[in-house]
Design a protein around this ligand. Structure first.
Ligand SMILES: O=C(O)C(=O)C[C@]1(C(=O)O)C=C[C@@H](O)C=C1
Length: 114
């Protein structure tokens, strides 16, 4: 049996299994909160996308992004989260937002847009 299969084994010490389940319940709650927060964020970025398209503004705003990255990296440091990871996460989300902005501007916004 591979080492990784041990966690799926029914023979896991009940105390360890309880600890694992307890931590996983909290992980599931946090993942749910993150999904809800992301959905809220995309609701607002969609509003921004429509505003930019209506007013003929560019999809991206590099100055705004620079300020956001500096702020998030500082918050990450305070929270003992890797600032490089915070920046990667932000860039990943913003790339999707810009893609949505471009779709809105070109009139090809998907029905289920977030
Ligand atoms: O604030 C804006 O202008 C947005 O379009 C939102 C947002 C973001 O997701 O935070 C996305 C793209 C911009 O380059 C900057 C920020």
């Amino acid at each position: 049996m591979a080492a990784g299969d041990q966690a799926h084994n029914d023979n896991v010490d009940p105390e360890v299994r309880e600890q694992l389940l307890g931590a996983r319940r909290s992980i599931d709650n946090i993942d749910a909160a993150l999904i809800h927060l992301l959905a809220e964020r995309f609701k607002y970025t969609q509003q921004v996308g429509h505003l930019k398209a209506t007013k003929g503004l560019p999809a991206s705003d590099p100055n705004r992004e620079r300020d956001q990255i500096a702020r998030l990296k500082s918050l990450a440091e305070e929270s003992h989260l890797d600032p490089a990871f915070a920046e990667k996460w932000f860039n990943f989300v913003v790339a999707e937002v810009i893609h949505h902005h471009e779709q809105i501007a070109s009139g090809s916004e998907p029905d289920s847009a977030n």
